[in-house]
Design a protein around this ligand. Structure first.
Ligand SMILES: *[C@@H]1O[C@H](CO)[C@@H](O)[C@H](O)[C@H]1NC(C)=O
Ligand SMILES: *[C@@H]1O[C@H](CO)[C@@H](O)[C@H](O)[C@H]1NC(C)=O
Ligand SMILES: *[C@@H]1O[C@H](CO)[C@@H](O)[C@H](O)[C@H]1NC(C)=O
Ligand SMILES: *[C@@H]1O[C@H](CO)[C@@H](O)[C@H](O)[C@H]1NC(C)=O
Ligand SMILES: *[C@@H]1O[C@H](CO)[C@@H](O)[C@H](O)[C@H]1NC(C)=O
Ligand SMILES: *[C@@H]1O[C@H](CO)[C@@H](O)[C@H](O)[C@H]1NC(C)=O
Ligand SMILES: *[C@@H]1O[C@H](CO)[C@@H](O)[C@H](O)[C@H]1NC(C)=O
Ligand SMILES: *[C@@H]1O[C@H](CO)[C@@H](O)[C@H](O)[C@H]1NC(C)=O
Length: 787
């Protein structure tokens, strides 16, 4: 009876606010409906006492307990076996016998919705097989405001549209496996330096950096991809370490309530980044649902002391939080669990080896009981997909006289520390010198079971045609110009460079690491056919790009464990690369660099000294270069192919809604993703692309929108990406490409109306092959009934 009543009670609520997620179940029988799941969660809550509820919303992290990086402990009394949460965005972190997938930045560079989805499915399978309930990813924050931000590589692109499509496809892919995802980090965590508070020498608490972001920029840049995530059905979200407008995001009702809940209709639960909860009732009442991993900080993990936990009873008794709010928090946490059928017998149990691989990572393996359980191998055949993505997502930036693909047989030279197998182990924790880089460090990293280095893959390839491979791996030798070991001079010199990045640490320079400029210049000085490959966690300057002897450049980003095989597939032309830059490469980094705020040296004494005013508004990356009229070295969206493509010079444009209002109808109830009108298709734009070359391959037609300048406020970018497709074509073949523009795509955020508004006046649409290679154009005025 109770069950029926609670079902009825929540029916209207559930119907009004279902998760919109177009999740297709791996096995439809395992998923429930949201209505059923919410009713089950409510019924579950009704069986708990306040102590148990408090434990449900306060995570646990201690050796051997639960075994994951974050755990909600079981409640035996009601037959609930707990929840396991594990990093991260690029595969199962801290575990053993898992795959190292291409990182977010590589997926951004793929511009391939299908591959991003497929990677999501594969990652989801690995999390599920390990018995993990919540995958802590994907990431769309940081977006990449600072080119040197230490975590940019975990996300997809500096562009919110590309990032939004990518995070949505990732969520949809992972959640097909019945694994919960967590959109992170919300919001404004654009730099790692002082991301959390510190204690100064005299004991004063110096607060975390405050990202001060104006309303319009918040909507059009930093929250944009998270709207896609919510629309795609993400079931949890993570608030970030930093402060936003002076308030920690995890206790900011402006972020958690106004933006996420009210405006974007988010129905899942919001958890804190690890140790990012800094208050009790304040954070609970601001909208934080789950304090992870519960303790104040790393030092109190053992005691479990927490702002929440046992203190919640006192708060409820004192009336500073209501028990209904606590119930709501537990219900939100448990609804996705029941929706995905994670309570069913068919959901795998947590792999007991997780606790051990985590303990090994933390150097405390000795504290756990022996014998060490055997790890569950969850890798399947994912190496195939990883190799394919690594190759296809490579961005070919220069290819003079078709030096690539290589034609065997050849006398090959390999240079650079990045060509080598790692000499410091297979788990990337610190910046290491010798060894190829296929993933960064921190929460986004994954333990390798193997890593194919470029050198070993090139040697294997050369063996097939009896080729010679000479190599010099220490950059110090190459930087010193010592080529005395070489004879004869190679026909082609492959130089591998890398750029490391890690959580909790920003990068220092745009130049690739380890004396890279000298390395390239010295190789090029003796080798007129020098090919440079970068494995990089983000934007690099390329001061050697125009060196006449540098005949080809490939930005291969962080391709994952098959790295060497992927690049060999590209170098020898088994795969025609079709990656495109998910950011711009400036001629001079100063052209767009926004420096990391760094007061470390000045040892500030004011608790609120760390301030970061986002005064540039939307003018980051190509938006900045466009508005300042600065020509980049390689522009956003750019990438070459082994074949060539053409596009018809005219665009067909059709307005799909003849009764178009300038604003979404405010009477429409907010759904996950916001007012549903925002997702309504407004324009259909069609062009035709042709493979005009002699090889098969894929290209990425892109659509850019320029809003009418007269009727939009100052600070409107000259053009913004609003469509892209990856199109594979055989030589001589053509295909129509259609872009559907949604209301949000042709609107700006009007701060006085507090609404998205379609401006009056002439829009310009431009389709082409990069942000600076617009081939087809159309101007039009949208037919607005209230215009
Ligand atoms: C709640 O239930 C637990 C058993 O799960 C019990 O240990 C605890 O004392 C109960 N708390 C209250 C306040 O009844
Ligand atoms: C942050 O402050 C700016 C400037 O006052 C304001 O425009 C913006 O809406 C604020 N953002 C939030 C989330 O409160
Ligand atoms: C409750 O919070 C106080 C400080 O806010 C802390 O000292 C105490 O350890 C907390 N209690 C529990 C049970 O975590
Ligand atoms: C490319 O080809 C052109 C024309 O054949 C030739 O002049 C030029 O030297 C070549 N460049 C390189 C780097 O081989
Ligand atoms: C770079 O190479 C030069 C020339 O050999 C050397 O003097 C310098 O110390 C090197 N720098 C680094 C960071 O290795
Ligand atoms: C290019 O290579 C040629 C031949 O090895 C060499 O003479 C020349 O100095 C090189 N140029 C540069 C800029 O390194
Ligand atoms: C910030 O400043 C400190 C102290 O000078 C320095 O050690 C650190 O590398 C700087 N961080 C960045 C990202 O440059
Ligand atoms: C630490 O130093 C700052 C600045 O000198 C001062 O304002 C603050 O009161 C000091 N705090 C303590 C705990 O002494």
């Amino acid at each position: 009876m109770l069950y029926v009543i609670s079902l009825l009670l929540f029916l209207s609520h559930a119907l009004a606010n279902p998760f919109s997620g177009q999740v297709t179940a791996r096995d439809a029988n395992q998923f429930r409906t949201w209505v059923t799941a919410e009713a089950m969660a409510s019924e579950f809550v009704s069986r708990l006492n306040l102590t148990e509820k408090s434990a449900m919303i306060t995570g646990k992290l201690s050796l051997g307990v639960g075994g994951c990086i974050g755990n909600l402990l079981p409640i035996d009394r009601v037959g609930y076996s707990g929840l396991c949460m594990q990093d991260g965005p690029n595969g199962v972190g801290l575990a053993d016998l898992t795959s190292v997938f291409p990182s977010g930045v590589t997926m951004g560079a793929s511009w391939d919705k299908k591959l991003i989805y497929q990677r999501g499915v594969a990652i989801g399978k690995e999390f599920r097989s390990k018995g993990i309930h919540v995958a802590l990813g994907p990431s769309a924050g940081p977006l990449g405001r600072h080119g040197l931000g230490g975590r940019n590589w975990e996300g997809f692109s500096i562009d919110p549209y590309l990032s939004g499509i990518a995070i949505a496809a990732s969520i949809e892919g992972i959640q097909t496996q019945g694994v919960q995802t967590c959109a992170k980090h919300i919001v404004g965590n654009e730099q790692e330096t002082q991301r959390s508070f510190t204690i100064s020498q005299n004991g004063t608490r110096i607060e975390a950096i405050s990202s001060n972001i104006d309303d319009r920029t918040m909507h059009e840049l930093y929250m944009w991809p998270f709207a896609n995530a919510i629309k795609a059905g993400v079931v949890s979200a993570m608030c970030s370490y930093n402060r936003l407008n002076q308030t920690y995001t995890c206790e900011s009702s402006a972020v958690l309530k106004n933006l996420l809940r009210e405006e974007l209709g988010f129905q899942g639960y919001i958890m804190s980044d690890w140790f990012a909860t800094h208050s009790g009732a304040k954070s609970i009442n601001a909208g934080l649902d789950l304090n992870m991993p519960g303790a104040y900080n790393a030092e109190t993990i053992a005691t479990g002391e927490s702002y929440w936990g046992g203190n919640i009873t006192t708060m409820v008794q004192a009336g500073s939080v209501s028990e209904e709010r606590i119930d709501e928090m537990v219900r939100r946490i448990m609804t996705p669990y029941f929706y995905f059928g994670q309570d069913r017998e068919s959901y795998p149990t947590v792999d007991p080896s997780l606790a051990y691989s985590f303990a090994a990572w933390s150097n405390v393996l000795d504290y756990l009981p022996t014998p060490i359980p055997k790890s569950r191998d969850v890798r399947g055949n994912h190496h195939q997909l990883i190799r394919k993505i690594g190759a296809e997502a490579s961005v070919l930036l220069k290819n003079v006289n078709s030096t690539l693909p290589l034609k065997a047989p050849l006398n090959i030279g390999v240079f650079g520390n990045d060509a080598a197998s790692s000499s410091d182990g297979l788990t990337f924790i610190k910046h290491f010198e010798i060894g190829t880089l296929d993933i960064g460090a921190g929460a986004g990293t994954v333990r390798h079971t193997y890593l194919v280095s470029p050198l070993e893959a090139i040697q294997a390839r050369a063996k097939k045609f009896g080729g010679r491979v000479q190599y010099i791996l220490h950059n110090a030798i190459t930087a010193a110009g010592d080529f005395s070991s070489l004879f004869p001079i190679p026909d082609v010199c492959l130089v591998f460079l890398n750029t490391f990045a890690a959580e909790n640490m920003d990068r220092q320079t745009y130049e690739a690491d380890w004396n890279s400029t000298l390395v390239v210049e010295n190789v090029a000085s003796m080798c007129p056919n020098t090919i440079v490959v970068t494995h990089s966690a983000g934007i690099n300057s390329m001061p050697w790009a125009n060196n006449v002897n540098v005949t080809a450049i490939i930005a291969a980003h962080l391709p994952g464990q098959e790295s060497g095989n992927s690049i060999v597939d590209v170098l020898w032309g088994d795969v025609n690369p079709s990656g495109r830059l998910p950011y711009s490469i400036a001629k001079n980094p100063k052209d767009y660099d926004i420096p990391i705020v760094n007061l470390t040296e000045s040892q500030v004494t004011s608790p609120t000294a760390w301030q970061d005013d986002f005064v540039e508004g939307q003018m980051i990356d190509y938006r900045k270069l466009d508005s300042a009229g600065i020509e980049p070295l390689f522009e956003f969206g750019f990438g070459l192919s082994y074949t060539t493509f053409g596009m018809k010079s005219n665009l067909k444009v059709k307005q799909l809604n003849s009764h178009l209002t300038s604003k979404p109808d405010p009477s429409h109830e907010v759904q996950p993703g916001g007012n549903p009108d925002l997702w309504e298709p407004i324009l259909r734009v069609t062009t035709t692309v042709t493979n005009t070359g002699s090889k098969e391959g894929a290209t990425v037609p892109q659509l850019y929108v320029s809003m009418p300048q007269g009727s939009t406020p100052e600070g409107t970018p000259l053009q913004v990406l609003r469509g892209f497709e990856k199109v594979f074509l055989k030589p001589g073949k053509s295909q129509d490409v259609t872009f559907e523009l949604l209301r949000r795509d042709v609107s700006y955020w009007d701060t006085s109306f507090q609404s998205w508004v379609i401006p009056k006046g002439r829009f310009s649409l431009g389709a082409g092959f990069s942000s600076r290679d617009i081939v087809a154009k159309a101007d039009l005025e949208l037919n607005l009934v209230d215009g």
